[in-house]
Design a protein around this ligand. Structure first.
Ligand code: PLP
Length: 397
């Protein structure tokens, strides 16, 4: 008889968002006509930029033209797009060859598929609070997952613990949910630790484009030694509004080997087996993101989200509340006032000012007592939500 993957029973229910929707709907049903300001959602609100839309149209036209039609695309992605990504890295002072860059359908897909490079017996270390996929994908594969709790004392940026032995290390900077971002020294400690242990870092750089302050690295390859221990996973989802369009890229350096085996060669082989490439039309659209015109247009969109972040920063600074994130990230992670739990604060905000965010408890035990705001809402809604929050926090509970 077929034996299903019983590890599915180890996954937690995705009760977090369901509970948020239920509570919000219940409030609206009890208060008809009122508006709720949804400041929790991690999805973009601005549309794709005009340069991308034009390129997507051009791609569609190409597919109807016998001279410009494309069939299967290379499994690693179109060479010119990979070269464009390599050019983007060069601006950060990072040299990556097109052969080290793999185009994907988004970070989520690759974060799961990459685990096929590793034996099941490897131990996994996840810094918490964390994006849930890191834990879930490894539990499903039957791997042991260790948790390294972050907290206010380390600014939600934990340093490696030399007493912990692990093989696969997850780092996300700027972080979802905390918005905290590692500086060079912080990342160097992780790179040195990984190289010492022979571990591999899966570096999730989905939010790199939100970094405004140049002292913070946008790529782990800005750190000496990362070539021999890190795989970087990137996405155009938040950078260029591709959440519903789907395109990302993953970097596996040629210098990254374990037990004499090249992880770059393994990943290339994996792609041949697991994918027939990303659609030509989407790659054409993505290439426009890296043109000067596309870059200018997406920068304008990013500025909207950064201005939204500034609205929250002003309020929290004024109220003297501890928080991290916001400045270099689309998320702010605040300490709930008066010792409230995240869920208590959620109910308080919904009831008093009709603002919805995400209770920190939803991202693991060390998120208790914290709350995440997202800055992906419209400027109008964000301004009003921030105004209401300032008024409420000014009054005290
Ligand atoms: N990694 C992090 C930290 C994220 O927050 C997200 C999406 O919210 C992803 C990866 C997935 O990105 P993508 O849309 O490219 O699959």
């Amino acid at each position: 008889m077929l034996k299903p993957n019983l590890h599915y029973q180890e996954l937690k229910d995705s009760y977090l968002f369901n509970t948020i929707y239920q509570k919000t709907d219940a409030y609206l049903a009890a208060h008809p006509g009122e508006k709720v300001y949804k400041m929790g959602v991690g999805d973009v609100s601005l549309p794709l930029c005009p340069a991308v839309i034009q390129a997507l149209h051009d791609g569609v036209e190409d597919q109807g033209n016998p001279d410009r039609f494309h069939g299967y695309m290379p499994e690693r992605g179109d060479l010119s797009l990979r070269e464009a990504v390599a050019g983007y890295y060069r601006e950060m002072g990072v040299t990556r060859s097109a052969d080290e860059i793999f185009i994907s359908s988004g970070a989520c897909d690759d974060l799961g598929d990459l685990l096929e490079l590793f034996d099941r017996d490897n131990r996994v270390l996840v810094t918490e609070p964390a994006y849930p996929e890191y834990v879930d994908t490894n539990l499903l594969a039957g791997r042991e997952v260790l948790h390294l709790a972050a907290g206010e004392a380390d600014g939600f940026l934990p340093a490696p613990d030399p007493d912990i032995q692990a093989d696969i290390l997850y780092l996300c900077s700027p972080n979802n949910p905390t918005g905290a971002v590692y500086d060079r020294e912080g990342l160097q400690a992780w790179v040195d630790y990984a190289n010492r242990q022979g571990a591999v870092i899966l570096f999730d750089a989905a939010y790199e484009s939100f970094i405004r302050e140049p002292q913070f690295p946008r790529s782990i390859y800005e750190i000496p030694g990362a070539d021999t221990c890190a795989i970087e996973i990137c996405s155009l989802s938040k950078t260029a509004g591709f959440t519903g369009t789907r395109l990302g890229y993953t970097v596996v350096p040629e210098a990254l080997t374990r037990m004499g085996v090249s992880l770059n060669a393994m990943w290339a082989r994996n792609r041949e087996t697991r994918t027939n490439g990303v659609s030509y039309i989407l790659q054409k659209g993505a290439a426009a993101v890296f043109t000067p015109q596309g870059r200018e247009q997406i920068r304008a969109n990013l500025r909207v989200y950064q201005d939204n972040a500034d609205r929250f920063i002003e309020v929290l600074d004024q109220a003297g509340i501890w928080y991290c994130g916001g400045k270099n990230s689309p998320y702010l992670w605040m300490k709930c006032p008066d010792g409230m739990s995240g869920w208590e604060f959620f109910d308080y905000l919904l009831e008093k000012i009709q603002v919805v965010g995400i209770p920190g408890e939803g991202f693991g035990a060390c998120g208790k007592g914290y709350f995440r705001f997202s800055t992906f809402g419209s400027p109008e809604d964000t301004r009003e939500a921030a105004r209401r929050l300032a008024e409420l926090l000014g009054k005290g509970k």
